[in-house]
Design a protein around this ligand. Structure first.
Ligand code: DQA
Length: 141
């Protein structure tokens, strides 16, 4: 089992940005947490972060044929990007959408998720544990 974990814009600022929404763990802490979890379960994983929509599309396309599952937190591109939706649809790899914060309790503009239309599951409001729950879901389904 090989899982690609993708984080979109501003998630490299974890630990610094809006801790009331996103907590105090840094992006480095998150990567370590995911890698340790995957190692303990015998899962291969790769973590990738970019602030650029096209780079995220490229990464999803490159996953075709080499990953069994994708965990993605597209950040603000969740609410705007049809390109990311189409990329996930293109590769047909089971994909779980993760949000650290409880997006459903936030602003109206955060209530739209394009990528959700191509995802097998959405996890919100679980902090960074949501990424581990997403990995579990991909492993067990
Ligand atoms: C987020 C929620 C998005 O609305 C926001 O733009 C982010 C982070 C989350 O993890 O809760 O960058 O995806």
């Amino acid at each position: 089992m090989k899982i690609l974990v993708i984080n979109g814009p501003n998630l490299n600022m974890l630990g610094i940005r809006e801790p009331a929404h996103y907590g105090r763990e840094t992006y480095g802490d998150l990567v370590k947490k995911i890698e340790t979890y995957c190692q303990s379960k015998g899962i291969e994983c790769e973590c990738y972060q970019s602030n650029h929509e096209g780079c995220l599309v490229d990464k999803i396309q490159q996953a075709y044929g080499s990953f069994d599952g994708i965990v993605i937190n597209p950040g603000a591109y969740t609410h705007t990007s049809i390109a990311l939706l189409d990329a996930v649809k293109s590769v047909s790899i089971p994909t779980v959408e993760v949000h650290i914060s409880k997006v459903e309790e936030r602003e109206d503009f955060r209530q739209v998720s394009y990528i959700r239309l191509a995802c097998v599951k959405t996890i919100t409001g679980q902090g960074t544990d949501g990424y581990l729950q997403a990995i579990d879901f991909l492993v067990n389904n």
